[in-house]
Design a protein around this ligand. Structure first.
Ligand SMILES: C[S@@+](CC[C@H](N)C(=O)[O-])C[C@H]1O[C@@H](n2cnc3c(N)ncnc32)[C@H](O)[C@@H]1O
Length: 274
């Protein structure tokens, strides 16, 4: 493959297709085509015990869309830093926020080379706004904050929504998640937002714990957190109503309201920096 995305050559990507990867397992379970045998085998083993995982993933994806619309329409957010973007799945975040405000700017960040390969699909935004893609790791906030892509796209003197959706459960240590959030939020202007969704076993303990063990056995460590463990990630910020809830309860539309809690294994919330 010869390709270049914002100056990043993709011809030497090592996709490590012999090992399962979180982005591709997610893609497979959402019905996508960007996955390999190792991902499909892992997904089959994981969903043996965690049968409702695909439903929970769809509930999370729909939360992302409602969240983007809500932050753009009700809170006037025009800049988004989305870390752990995943493979492009229409509509993407920039589609919904640019529908509300065409001038919206989005920086997408992921560390999976296969997401990088598809990044061009994330870069087709409304010409009034701007989208960019950065190949970087959540564990290296300084590389994200000092990147050309971020500096060229976002004005850090104005509010930014940092979206960490379905990513921090891949970091099992609470202290590390707190530190990363703190380092990413610190330079953001007042009025900025932290939005986060992460896995929980509260709504289906047996099922989720079996699935988490299967993920970990396939070399993808995952941590399910209780509500009491998720709420402190928003410490020092003002939670937007309804606070931290199962994602189907966060400003639900008709479809979200119809999803039973037992099928939703993700908490979500958003909070404003003063
Ligand atoms: C489950 S997907 C979530 C996609 C999307 N945010 C959503 O909620 O629909 C998790 C994504 O996070 C990415 N990811 C996992 N750990 C990461 C890290 N340390 N740094 C950057 N991206 C990471 C994976 O490559 C994958 O694309």
């Amino acid at each position: 493959m010869t390709d270049e995305i914002h100056g990043v050559g993709t011809e030497h990507l090592d996709l490590k297709t012999d090992r399962p990867h979180s982005a591709r397992i997610y893609d497979y379970l959402l019905g996508g085509k960007d996955n390999f045998e190792a991902d499909r085998v892992a997904a089959a083993n994981i969903t043996q015990g965690w049968a409702n995982l695909p439903k929970s993933m769809r509930a999370n994806r729909n939360f992302m869309l409602r969240l983007g619309r809500h932050l753009a329409a009700e809170h006037g957010i025009r800049q988004f830093l989305d870390v752990g973007t995943g493979l492009p799945t229409a509509p993407n975040l920039h589609d919904v926020v640019q529908e509300v405000a065409p001038e919206s700017r989005v920086v997408y960040v992921d560390n999976d080379p296969i997401v990088l390969m598809h990044a061009r699909a994330l870069l087709v935004g409304n010409p009034a706004g701007q989208t960019s893609y950065l190949d970087a790791d959540l564990r290296e906030p300084d590389a994200i904050l000092t990147s050309r892509q971020l500096r060229d796209t976002l004005d850090l003197d104005k509010p930014v929504a940092l979206t960490l959706l379905a990513i921090v459960h891949f970091i099992v240590d609470d202290a590390e998640v707190h530190d990363l959030i703190d380092r990413l939020m610190r330079p953001l202007a007042p009025g900025s937002v932290l939005a986060l969704s992460t896995c929980t076993a509260d709504s289906a303990p047996e099922e989720v714990n079996a699935g988490v063990a299967a993920y970990t056995a396939h070399g993808v460590p995952v941590r399910a957190r209780t509500k009491a463990e998720v709420v402190p990630f928003f410490a020092g910020l003002k939670l937007i109503d309804p606070g931290v809830v199962l994602v189907n309860h966060w400003h639900p539309d008709e479809a979200a309201a119809a999803v039973p809690d037992a099928h939703v294994h993700m908490y979500g919330g958003a909070a404003i920096k003063s």
